[in-house]
Design a protein around this ligand. Structure first.
Ligand SMILES: [Zn+2]
Length: 267
């Protein structure tokens, strides 16, 4: 274990139909031909891992102009990050006691627009930005063609960034700070295992948006799933780590879960 601290940054709220996130939620049936749909509330979070080898920022949130035309209209209508403009990266870092200059490295769990919107802060700097090979390839393929996924914006990541490409299933970023390749939601999702003195923190990220994806093994809805087969394999990998370590599992967008950790794991 390593004497590190993990501080969670609240980057705001997204409202979306729960059916996107939990497959089969509120489906019509003979007994209930017109089920109600509602917008559920989700969190966007980042984290600062204050590690003896350096300060690492986990993800960068949404672009502050997400609701002001920066995100394509149909996408914002479905996934509304209603307060992105009140959550600038430097302000949310500042509230947690950090400045942009303190960040020695950035890890991108993946490059979707609610994670990559703050990368511009690192443009033209030598701060390494870690991303999985499969993610960087798929992000460009998606953003630059009509194939792939619509949730990648070239304007977020097609910039002068100091990319550090992660290959394979596992990569030790620092002592007791392991990056895990968790394909499923996208081809190149990265999670993490951080072994702190008190407990292990297991970052599932968008492999699991909410608890139902993890505990009940209900996949994300089809629109959020690149590969269901890979998703199930990645889920078992996370559960193996949890079984061995008793880790606290941090999901991608579960507000209740996020709040239960009370700001992170600090001494
Ligand atoms: Zn996300």
């Amino acid at each position: 274990m390593v004497d590190a601290e993990v501080t969670l940054l609240d980057r705001g709220r997204v409202f979306a139909d729960r059916g996107y996130v939990v497959d089969g939620y509120s489906m019509a049936g003979q007994s209930n031909p017109s089920p109600d749909h509602e917008m559920a509330e989700f969190v966007v979070w980042n984290a600062v891992v204050d590690h003896p080898e350096g300060t690492v920022l986990w993800d960068t949130g949404s672009h502050p102009d997400a609701g002001d035309g920066y995100w394509p209209d149909p996408l914002y209508d479905a996934f509304a990050h209603v307060d992105a403009d009140e959550h600038r990266l430097e302000d949310d870092l500042d509230a947690a006691g950090y400045a942009l200059d303190d960040v020695d490295a950035v890890v991108m769990s993946h490059l979707h627009l609610d994670h990559a919107g703050g990368l511009t802060a690192f443009e033209g700097t030598d701060v390494p930005v870690y991303v999985h090979e499969d993610e960087l390839k798929f992000a460009y393929y998606s953003a630059k063609t009509t194939e792939g996924s619509i949730a990648y914006l070239a304007s977020d990541f097609d910039r002068d960034l100091n990319w550090e490409v992660v290959h394979g299933d596992s990569h030790y970023l620092a002592e007791d700070f392991e990056l895990l390749h968790l394909p499923g939601h996208t081809p190149g999702v990265l999670g993490a295992r951080i072994d702190l003195p008190g407990e292990t923190v297991l970052v599932a990220g968008d492999e699991c948006y909410v608890d139902a994806n993890y505990r009940e093994e209900v996949p994300l809805g089809p629109g959020l799933l690149w590969s269901e087969r890979a998703w199930f394999d990645s889920l078992q990998r996370l559960k193996d780590v949890e079984r061995r370590t008793g880790a606290d599992v941090l999901y991608g967008h579960d507000l209740e879960r996020f709040e239960s950790f009370g700001g992170g794991w600090n001494r």
